[in-house]
Ligand binder design. Structure first.
Ligand SMILES: NC(=O)c1ccc[n+]([C@@H]2O[C@H](COP(=O)([O-])OP(=O)(O)OC[C@H]3O[C@@H](n4cnc5c(N)ncnc54)[C@H](OP(=O)(O)O)[C@@H]3O)[C@@H](O)[C@H]2O)c1
Length: 375
């Protein structure tokens, strides 16, 4: 796709976003096909949808969490070349949780648009070209240097998602496409361990290295709030593009750490809860401690990332998105984490290892009197 076409497609998406919502036409008893369904978001969507009387079908390869929700119909196939199982069936709507390159989305949308009249694509706020300032749904999306690439890495993920959005939109048209752009998805079942790191770390007790300043802003979305928004958008046939995350200014990393400590105190360690030690961003940088990967959820609001936690949620909120209290998200995440196998609990995929955290705290103490905040 040429740059010009891409901008046109983005413009169409923006126009679609301005379509009036139809909050009263909620349908029950829908047949919903989920492309994917078994990792993190899919099971939460399915549970919410089933509770509202809908019937679900999962389409996937049968590799990821094959045992989850055994009562849900499975169609086995592969988005990379084997969609045969989807032929000759009818659904009321499709939820695409597993599209990462436009070829996959185009192929499933073309196959399904005559037999399933609504397409909801799960994209990401990573589509935006820049986080130097605030973003909303009309902000420019990123482009690719090599437009034919299918390499889904941290650089290409967002621009490829933007092309996936355009592919869905090109086949289904503005009135039949919903694009959902979540921020960091968090909560029970998260396979990435990013938000989970904080309550899990708090549960270990002791001095806890906390990043930057407690007031540093963050944005997340509880997976259950996202699932509810998506299923209601299907029920109401709500077309358009929506950032789905906590609104700017609602949450800070101090809130995340405070709630994590509170959850650990309540659920694990009432006598000696962890003590946060706040370490400034500049010192973390000097110790090669990376925002986001070593200190998950947190990105300092400076330079090219000054607007990282300034993505508007206003459109989704006015379309009915609800955000549950962080206390609930954090406690439920810790409850779930405590049920995981020991190996998973010991080998979190995100956040500083205990050894690196201990070295960081020791280095900080020799450098400056740390600011302790018992929140
Ligand atoms: N995690 C975040 O913070 C975050 C933030 C923003 C956006 N998102 C987006 O959220 C979406 C939800 O992800 P999720 O993984 O939780 O969704 P999910 O629907 O729970 O699970 C993903 C599903 O895709 C299936 N799948 C993977 N490759 C496939 C293929 N080639 N053909 C058919 N099925 C395939 C997997 O099963 P098999 O492996 O068995 O095939 C699995 O069932 C993603 O689109 C992601 O980009 C995530």
């Amino acid at each position: 796709m040429q740059r010009r076409d891409f901008l046109l497609a983005s413009f169409d998406l923006a126009a679609a976003s301005a379509l009036p919502l139809s909050p009263v036409r909620a349908e029950r008893g829908l047949r919903i096909l989920v492309l994917g369904g078994t990792r993190f978001l899919g099971p939460h969507m399915a549970e919410f949808a089933i509770a509202r009387g809908h019937t679900l079908t999962f389409f996937n390869r049968g590799k990821t969490n094959a045992d989850v929700l055994p009562g849900v119909e499975r169609i086995q196939g592969d988005r990379n070349g084997d969609l045969k199982g989807l032929e000759g069936r009818r659904w009321d709507a499709v939820i695409d949780n597993s599209g990462y390159v436009p070829r996959q989305v185009r192929a499933s949308a073309e196959l399904l648009h005559a037999s399933a009249p609504h397409y909801l694509f799960v994209s990401s706020v990573s589509v935006y070209a820049s986080f130097a300032g605030p973003s909303d749904e009309d902000s420019p999306v990123g482009g690719l240097a090599d437009k034919s690439t299918e390499k889904v890495d941290s650089e290409n993920y967002g621009p490829l998602k933007a092309l996936c959005e355009s592919a869905a939109h090109a086949v289904y048209g503005a009135e039949h496409t919903t694009i959902v752009r979540p921020g960091l998805i968090v909560g029970p079942g998260d396979n990435t361990d990013r938000f989970t790191f904080w309550p899990a770390r708090a549960a270990r007790g002791g001095e806890l290295a906390a990043p930057g300043a407690p007031s540093d802003p963050v944005q997340v979305i509880d997976v259950r709030d996202l699932a509810e928004f998506a299923i209601k958008a299907i029920e109401q046939r709500t077309a358009g593009t929506f950032n789905v995350l906590s609104p700017p200014g609602r949450l800070s990393i101090g809130d995340v750490v405070r709630e994590s400590v509170a959850a650990a105190k309540r659920l694990v360690n009432p006598q000696s809860p962890p003590v946060p030690v706040w370490i400034p961003a500049a010192f973390l940088a000097s110790q090669k401690v990376e925002p986001w990967s070593d200190m998950p959820v947190w990105v300092p609001a400076i330079g090219d990332e000054a607007g990282f936690a300034q993505t508007s949620a206003a459109r989704a909120l006015s379309a009915g998105l609800t955000i549950r209290p962080l206390t609930e998200t954090t406690a439920d995440t810790l409850r779930w984490h405590l049920t995981r196998p020991q190996a998973e609990r010991n080998g979190l995929k995100a956040g500083l290892s205990p050894e690196r955290e201990a070295a960081l705290l020791a280095a900080w103490k020799t450098t400056a009197a740390p600011m302790r905040v018992d929140r």
